[in-house]
Design a protein around this ligand. Structure first.
Ligand SMILES: Cc1ncc(COP(=O)(O)O)c(C=O)c1O
Length: 480
């Protein structure tokens, strides 16, 4: 398919703009030649994007059980709230009294998130989950520094099942990462944790349910061990959608948490943003939260004094419109709807798992939470068919493949997260499709290895794309 830049011709345009009536300023700093932009009619442009959309698979096209980063339910009403003039036609530098509505919306969301998580305060500055992790770790660092233990406590404990961003954020915050092994049940090995926790422990980072879809039954003991060693406990809340309204990180013993609003509280995840990774904390960490913070006194909004803040981690109050979508979602679902969404996410995952486990071995036994991980190691040994081949075969059947080869501790992993909003019929169809694919893999492995046969894109050279990304368009003349 041709790129926009390769279509159209010089002089064809979407609309004709009148002559510029803005006086020229700083002529030396402005470009002298017009930029090279596509020259297309409006019809050509809209056809181009419609054609691209037809080639993609989104939640509106079919089942999308991508584990760990699922595109969840994103009600259209959220978009309506996020496009209200009162919220969009504002500038973040306006005087506080003119943006009182926006501040109220932030305060209201903070109140709900505190209640759901068992935390005392939230900041909305972080732009995504990983950014929230980094911010949360800076809070932990500030806490130890203020107690004169900043230098000594230089290690963060991270289970081997953790999302890759956890060790990366800890390293970025200047910590040494200590890898904690998982036991055969997929949960943290308590003995290994006891050995690792000590006077140099700044904290532990944990996702619960973890990335293999299991709720760590020893969570109270885990946080107790870390606290006893003088460390703090960080909750990676990207998987909160399995427990929201049912169990609270604060009650599990966590001191600080980030949420992926662009996952748990709607807003499409994936495609590069915008996201929102608010960080919540208990009272002991509140003084270090990013500034500026605001409070209402005698009916008027004003900036709170924050002498111990870690400073800004992002401009203004983060991606405000994503927070608004989350608030709309919270208000729509309410006190009953939030835990019901979590329960349905868990029910749907277990329903699908039960329909598959006699054919597809599960990485860990027992009930799962909102997602489950299958290992296709045995299928690969017997037929040569890999997790990638099965994922490609799913594309032929109109299903977006699950997450592949993650978490790293499971070989030939396929991680399925059906989400709470899929119907029983959709789940039944997906189970039937996966069962048929397995049968085909055993009978005709070569067919599977050549999948997809009907998808728009076959097997792109992923290694080459990752090692030599071409991120900028270059016209043919320039390349030559
Ligand atoms: C468990 C977990 N932690 C952290 C992240 C990082 O979040 P983000 O992609 O918003 O940086 C993700 C991503 O979905 C995740 O699944």
């Amino acid at each position: 398919m041709k790129l926009l830049m390769e279509k159209g011709y010089e002089g064809r345009a979407l609309s004709l703009l009148g002559p510029c009536d803005v006086p020229t300023v700083q002529p030396s700093k402005t470009r002298t030649a017009p930029p090279r932009l596509p020259q297309l009619s409006e019809t050509e442009l809209s056809r181009h994007y419609s054609a691209l959309a037809r080639r993609a698979h989104g939640v509106n096209d079919g089942f999308y059980p991508l584990g760990s980063c699922t595109m969840k339910y994103n009600p259209a009403v959220n978009e309506e709230a996020a496009s209200l003039k009162g919220f969009t036609a504002v500038h973040p530098l306006q005087p506080l009294h003119t943006v009182a509505g926006c501040l109220e919306a932030l305060e209201e969301t903070e109140k709900y998130l505190c209640a759901i998580n068992g935390m005392d305060a939230f900041t909305f500055q972080p732009a995504a989950g990983a950014h929230g992790e980094f911010t949360g770790l800076l809070l932990i660092k500030a806490y130890h520094t203020h107690r004169g233990e900043g230098e000594k406590r230089n290690k963060i404990l991270v289970p081997d099942s953790a999302h890759g961003t956890n060790p990366a954020s800890a390293a970025m915050a200047g910590y040494q990462v200590v890898n904690l092994p998982s036991g055969p049940d997929g949960c943290v090995d308590l003995e290994a944790l006891r050995q690792a926790a000590g006077e140099d422990t700044a904290g532990l980072m944990l996702t619960n349910p973890n990335t293999v879809g299991l709720f760590d039954k020893n969570i109270l003991e885990i946080t107790r061990i870390v606290h006893e060693a003088g460390g703090l406990c960080y909750y990676d809340g990207a998987n909160l959608n399995a427990v929201m309204g049912v169990a609270r990180p604060g009650d599990m013993g966590f001191d600080v948490v980030h949420l992926n609003l662009h996952k748990t509280f709607s807003t499409p995840h994936g495609g590069g943003g915008p996201g929102s990774g608010p960080v919540g904390c208990k009272k002991i960490l509140e003084p270090y939260l990013p500034a500026p913070r605001f409070e209402k006194k005698d009916g008027k909004w004003q900036e709170k004094p924050c002498p111990d803040t870690i400073g800004r981690v992002r401009g203004f109050q983060g991606n405000f419109l994503v927070v608004l979508r989350a608030l709309t979602y919270l208000l729509m679902l309410g006190r009953e709807g939030i835990p019901e969404a979590a329960r349905n996410a868990v029910l749907n995952a277990n329903y699908m798992k039960a329909g598959l486990e006699d054919l597809y071995p599960m990485a860990y036994p027992g009930l799962c939470m909102h997602e489950f991980v299958m290992s296709l190691e045995k299928l690969k040994e017997e037929t040569g068919v890999t997790a990638l081949d099965v994922a490609k075969a799913m594309l032929d059947e109109g299903i977006h493949p699950p997450t592949m080869y993650f978490p790293l501790i499971v070989h030939e992993a396929l991680m399925v997260e059906p989400t709470e909003t899929e119907t029983r019929e959709t789940l039944d169809e997906a189970v039937e499709t996966l069962r048929a694919i397995y049968k085909k893999a055993v009978e005709d492995p070569e067919y599977l290895k050549a999948c997809p046969h009907r998808a728009q894109i076959g097997r792109p050279d992923e290694v080459n794309a990752a090692r030599h990304p071409v991120l900028r368009y270059r016209p043919e003349e320039e390349k030559a």
